[in-house]
Design a protein around this ligand. Structure first.
Ligand code: PEP
Ligand code: MN
Length: 331
């Protein structure tokens, strides 16, 4: 449960109250909050008395909800802002880090298209144990090289708690994948970090559950969380998943966090990705995540959905006029 304190409460009093009810004291912009693991129904008696006190402005809050905070929460990296309603970031790169020449070609492509954020996984949460599982730490080192030599920011995924600290150390944005979004040791570590986090919606996860996963991070004081819709499972089998654009509209309406759409994993086949990406851009979201590989047919993971360099370049060119038409800047 989150309790919003009266704006006039002195900080020392707020901290004393936090200690007395074993709550965590957080500043959220101008607001002072107490975060507790008690629900309204199981309030500690002290907390119950306290919740009725004159210092309490509001309780039972969700930090990601517009009903608590209508303004967008912005993720900042240097001079780049995500979620400000003015920019849409296109994040490009391969599914996995495979080797140095593959990662250099992909990084050069992303840079040549005027983009700033590069994606690639070093720890891959594969569906089968008999497929490529990622280069692990060696992959993270190659991503460090991309940042240093190409000046790109890096988003890479964390699969489990064994390497969460290493990913947090390397990444500019930590990606929590669709299969890892319920892992509490990852959510906890990301909440302790102050780096931006992108959480992907599990393919059987409701929008409310996605927002609640974000709450585990926000309630630890890390306010830079982005939500990513990447396709949910439906009865349809012709496409890999179904991109939930209705869900994206709800997230924009109800949540104050940046929204990123991933047409690559939703579609599962490269032929459909450009059309979907243009539809996503037209919706006015904060970012798109597009997989591209120098030679998709040789990719060690997600081969069928990755765009080749010329398809990626043509797609980015076609997204610019759409961004302009909705008063956004493609970054
Ligand atoms: C990925 O981004 O390559 C990935 C594994 O995505 P997801 O977690 O959405 O399946
Ligand atoms: Mn992938």
């Amino acid at each position: 449960m989150i309790i919003q304190l009266h704006p006039d409460i002195p900080q020392s009093e707020a901290e004393r109250l936090a200690r007395s009810v074993a709550a965590f004291y957080v500043h959220d912009g101008e607001k002072q909050l107490l975060v507790t693991s008690s629900s309204e129904k199981s309030l500690h008696p002290t907390l119950e008395r306290f919740a009725k006190s004159h210092w309490v402005a509001d309780s039972d809050i969700q930090l990601s909800s517009r009903s608590y905070r209508a303004e967008n929460r912005i993720t900042r990296m240097g001079d780049m802002e995500l979620g400000n309603g003015l920019n849409t970031v296109v994040i490009g790169g391969p599914c996995s880090v495979e080797n140095e020449s593959q990662i250099r070609s992909a990084a050069q492509l992303v840079k040549d298209n005027g983009l700033h954020i590069f994606r690639a996984g070093a720890f891959k949460p594969r569906t089968s144990p008999y497929t490529f599982q990622g280069l692990g730490m060696e992959g993270l080192e190659l991503l460090e090289m991309v940042r240093a030599e190409y000046g790109l920011r890096i988003i890479t995924e964390v699969k489990d708690s064994s390497h969460v600290e290493a990913v947090i150390e390397t990444a500019d944005i930590i990606q929590i994948g669709a299969k890892a979004m319920y892992d509490h040791s990852i959510l906890h570590a990301c909440g302790e970090s102050r780096k931006p986090v992108l959480i992907k919606r599990g393919f059987g996860t409701t929008l409310q559950e996605l927002a609640q996963a974000a709450e585990f991070i926000l309630s630890k004081g890390n306010m830079q969380v982005m939500l990513c819709e990447r396709g949910i499972r439906s009865f349809e089998t012709k496409t890999r998943f179904t991109l939930d654009l209705c869900g994206a509209a709800w997230l924009k309406y109800a949540c104050n966090l940046p929204i990123i759409l991933d047409p690559s994993h939703a579609m599962g086949y490269a032929y459909g990705v450009p059309d979907l990406a243009r539809a996503c851009m037209a919706m006015g979201v904060d970012g798109l995540l597009i997989e591209t590989h120098p030679e998709p047919a040789k990719a060690l993971s997600d081969a069928s959905q990755q765009l080749n360099p010329s398809e990626f370049t043509a797609l980015v060119a076609s997204l610019h006029p759409i961004a302009k038409a909705i008063d956004r800047k493609l970054i």
